[in-house]
Ligand binder design. Sequence first.
Ligand code: HEC
Ligand code: HEC
Ligand code: HEC
Ligand code: HEC
Ligand code: HEC
Ligand code: HEC
Ligand code: HEC
Length: 482
Amino acid sequence: MPRNSHQVSPHAILKGREMGLHPNPRTKASNARIRRKRWFIGVVALGTCVVLHTELSQGSPRRKQGPPRRQEGGAALPVPPGQVVQTGPERRSRRWQQRPQPQPPGGPQPPPAQQQQPVLDSYVVLGYNDLGMHCMNADFSQLCILPPFNSLHAQLIRRGIEPEIVEEDENVSVEYRIPNNTTSVNKTNFWQYDQALFGVDLPPDVGLTGNSLAGTMALTGHNDWAATGIPITPIDDGGFLNAYPLATIEAKVQGNTVATTRAVVPVSWEIACNLCHAPGQPGPAVDADILAKHDQAHGTSLLGNGSVLCAACHADPALGAPGLPDVSAMSHAMHSSHASRVEVLQNQGMTNTCYACHPGYETNCQRDVHYAKGIFCTDCHGGMSDVGSPARRPWVDEPKCGDCHSRNEFEFEEPGQLFKDSHGHGNVHCAACHGSPHAITPALTVEDNIQAYEHQGYLGVISKCTVCHTSIPTNEGFEHKR
Ligand code: HEC
Ligand code: HEC
Ligand code: HEC
Ligand code: HEC
Ligand code: HEC
Ligand code: HEC
Ligand code: HEC
């Protein structure tokens, strides 16, 4: 294929080229903020940080401030169905020592020599998740912070000189299935407590919005299709833990398949409250301890009164739950009250204390190009008190790509919109080309790189014009804007 001067080079990404954060006033300010934060992190983490001797770490002073990198996707840990997996502190610190050596960005990848030619059909479908990681509880017998609830999106594009995003069309359907993860009812007890927690008696394997582990996507009204609330767990049908299960998405016109793709449906129940609550004891004791501490501190009577939905009182936009007036939002309550409590973990060698509750040790919720470059949670989000600040709107005031990146003629998030809801070039969703938040490609996980590889023959952002255009537009450049 002749190389077009407008075409941006994906190989630059693969080679880890200097990206050049161009100085503009806003970027300067936010970079200074980040540097300040880094300095702070550097101070508190001093003495506990682990220096990894890898190619990536060289020349990157930030690298040693991060957590040790974990092995990429699909760790094959056999888990009997239904068993609650909690990572104990001993296990954690032991495993911490024995951590696997870091992988190059992209992990083990098909060698470039085997680059496959993309299939040039008349349609192309791109799949992505709204979040880089969906967390859920494993055991609902005492409490629920988050239920199994995953939202998979897809954009269907009719290829052409001017590609067209397919929306309302009665002949078109978009279907999804997750080949090695077809049932959840024997992997979590969610369906025994759905009535108590959410007031609905759902059929087995049906999630809170009526969707199951396979089915048909619906139009969202924002240029794409989605299946919301897919009740998937991180246990595959063979009983193995896999936080990055791959869905197959199939677009059909009059029943005939015209395009397929594979996209990750990320899910984890690695919420390690047991690092501090009833450490070393089984899951039920951990949840009982949390409820008991809550009752002691706040005069509630949560323990022993049936399963508790935290969002019944604490507002939680992730569940569309308004909460009770005068009770803090779930995110505020958790981050502000635990801000000083997590500090003890730093003494145990945990440089990134977000992993105290966010996945995690076995699971990389952040597994993207930034991780590979030594940019971690607090570089983008700030620390616990920043996240717990009452001035912040949980799930709304999130970091933006445009806080740090700037480039001539490039636009990033649409004003007032999150990354997950924004469109870039020609109304294509950001995530369709870049991957989901925290899994921005090229990612460390093989699974998250599959789509780009299968569509264009190389990893990274979808940058090959002919994935969507039938010929490379030569009259104008590539517009990275809406
Ligand atoms: C770094 C240690 C640590 C971790 C990790 C941790 N907690 Fe706590 N938590 C504490 C401490 C310490 C207290 C105070 C206990 C006391 O009052 O005796 C507490 C208290 C609580 C309380 C009582 C309300 C309050 O804040 O006063 C709740 C509820 C709670 N934790 C929930 C959780 C949940 C849910 C998780 C996991 C998502 C979690 N905690 C993880 C240390 C931790
Ligand atoms: C019946 C209502 C109710 C339920 C259910 C409930 N809480 Fe609370 N929670 C409160 C009240 C009231 C407070 C104290 C006022 C406040 O912090 O807003 C509180 C405080 C907290 C705090 C301390 C906040 C701080 O700033 O110190 C945490 C943490 C917390 N709750 C976590 C949880 C978790 C986790 C669950 C689910 C297991 C839960 N709560 C369920 C009513 C509730
Ligand atoms: C003590 C447990 C705990 C720790 C430690 C923790 N989180 Fe959280 N975090 C939670 C819980 C629980 C939720 C889910 C809240 C909800 O459902 O609304 C959450 C949700 C979030 C959200 C989404 C909601 C929002 O406010 O926008 C962000 C962002 C977040 N955490 C960032 C962080 C970062 C960054 C760190 C490390 C500095 C961190 N968290 C450490 C428990 C924790
Ligand atoms: C490169 C910057 C960056 C890093 C590093 C990062 N995040 Fe985020 N995070 C974001 C952005 C951007 C969003 C908002 C995504 C959107 O707008 O759709 C976000 C959103 C979130 C949310 C809300 C749910 C979601 O996915 O939208 C949580 C929870 C969260 N981050 C936790 C974390 C934790 C924990 C870490 C470290 C393990 C982390 N983040 C690392 C940029 C980052
Ligand atoms: C906290 C600042 C920050 C935020 C927020 C942020 N980035 Fe980055 N990003 C960086 C830095 C720093 C690098 C590494 C640059 C380097 O190595 O030269 C980077 C690298 C990248 C790269 C690799 C580029 C290359 O040429 O190597 C991509 C792609 C990328 N970011 C996309 C995104 C997207 C998409 C978002 C929003 C979801 C985002 N970034 C949010 C700071 C940020
Ligand atoms: C049609 C595919 C496509 C869409 C849609 C798209 N991008 Fe990009 N994006 C690219 C390409 C191609 C590059 C350049 C990569 C390179 O330089 O190698 C890029 C680069 C970036 C970068 C790195 C810029 C830098 O500093 O060099 C960020 C950040 C980014 N995009 C964010 C976004 C956001 C936010 C959206 C949605 C509003 C979006 N993109 C939509 C294809 C896309
Ligand atoms: C993921 C799919 C996708 C990729 C990849 C993509 N485009 Fe596009 N492009 C579109 C869509 C959709 C439109 C909107 C067509 C319309 O105006 O209706 C568009 C429109 C355009 C237009 C305006 C066309 C016109 O005549 O109005 C130009 C120029 C263009 N793209 C150039 C590029 C270049 C150059 C590349 C490669 C660097 C590229 N595109 C990669 C989907 C894509």
